[in-house]
Design a protein around this ligand. Structure first.
Ligand code: SAM
Ligand code: SF4
Length: 325
């Protein structure tokens, strides 16, 4: 079992497969043209498997593949196929645009749930936020997943003045579709043009939904980041991920590995521990993993507590696309 100094057990690993992406979401990628991690510095498929396997011997029960866009890795099928042999719940976070291409691969790997990012239901705004004209493709793939019985969570990053007027449109989807919405507060990362005035406080979103719909609380699992609600008469659900306004650090069980094999103990943590470098030298990486966790801060990477006072230029971190969301 992996513990930190606050007695939090860590059994959930997020692995970024790449810092590359076929979209350019403005809140995720820095404005300037991004330089990609060189191919030989990326964890290779067999390295990903071996490192993940080591984590399972330390008690990891769940692995999420992310990025960048995990489905742009040419060897994605081989990676997920191998990881599916580990005794973990395996899942992915994706922008959804390539899901049809990987339908059989995901089925074979036993993937039962996927998180798909979709910040707007308006194709014009979709193009504006992702800089790709792919709304219809993503939407068709969301429906395809549901048709195949996959549990679909929709990640929606709310940005004031951009999509906060669409909350009820998203909620209406849940009437007939078994889709599980997750409203996420816009978070500050390197050069993502964040400022506190763009954050939509989730409590206000919840209140506005509750004025129109009869919500009932659903049970959250111990380490859930999302507070989940059902809506009477609806097939889907709605959750709120309030990282900034009501952080869930107290029950955090998450660790991350970047695509270049650096372990991060927190999304907001500045510290990185080079697992891949050590692994390539044939060193035992377990002491490094343990040391990394012992450095974990109580909350939000030790970088801030009240988001309304954050100066984004003072935060030390990668951009989201380089961390792996
Ligand atoms: N490309 C995949 C996708 O878009 O789902 C996986 C990687 S993406 C970095 C993972 C998640 O992080 C997405 O749901 C995305 O919306 C979210 N994300 C990215 N930047 C964010 C930010 N600044 N604040 C909140 N969530 C963010
Ligand atoms: Fe790509 Fe996902 Fe970031 Fe959008 S949120 S740029 S799809 S990695």
């Amino acid at each position: 079992m992996l513990h930190d100094t606050y007695n939090r057990i860590h059994d959930y690993l997020r692995i970024s497969l790449t810092d590359n992406c076929n979209f350019r979401c403005t809140y995720c990628m820095p404005d300037e043209s991004i330089s990609l991690i060189p191919q030989k510095k990326l964890m290779q498929a067999d390295e990903i498997f071996s490192i993940a396997e080591i984590f399972t011997t330390l008690g990891v029960k769940k692995i999420r593949l992310t990025g960048g866009e995990p489905l742009v890795r040419k060897d994605f099928a081989a990676i997920i196929q191998r990881l599916s042999t580990l005794p973990v719940q395996l899942t992915i976070t994706t922008n959804g645009v390539l899901l049809d291409r990987y339908k059989e691969v995901l089925q074979k790997a036993g993937i039962q749930s996927v998180n798909i990012s979709l910040d707007t239901l308006d194709p014009v705004k979709f193009l504006q936020i992702t800089q790709r004209d792919q709304f219809q493709k993503v939407w068709d793939n969301i429906l395809m997943c549901m048709d195949h019985g996959i549990y679909v969570k929709l990640n929606i990053v709310l940005i004031k003045g951009f999509n906060d007027d669409e909350v009820l449109d998203f909620i209406r989807l849940t009437k007939s579709l078994p889709v599980h919405l997750r409203f996420i507060e816009f978070m500050p990362f390197d050069k993502n043009e964040w400022n506190k005035d763009k954050v939509v406080h989730n409590q206000l979103v919840l209140e506005s939904v509750a004025q129109q719909y009869e919500l009932f609380k659903l049970r959250d699992d111990k380490n859930d980041t999302a507070k989940k609600f059902g809506i009477f008469g609806h097939a889907g659900t709605v959750s709120f991920i309030s990282t900034l306004s009501d952080s869930f650090c107290g029950t955090c069980n998450r660790m991350r590995i970047t695509a270049d094999g650096k372990m991060k103990n927190c999304l907001f943590g500045a510290e990185e521990f080079d697992l891949l470098g050590a692994f390539r030298k044939g060193e035992n990486i377990i002491p490094i993993i343990e040391r990394c966790l012992l450095k974990k801060h109580k909350m939000l990477g030790g970088q801030f507590d009240d988001y309304t006072h954050v100066d984004p230029d003072k935060l030390q971190n990668r951009s989201m696309i380089k961390i792996g969301g």
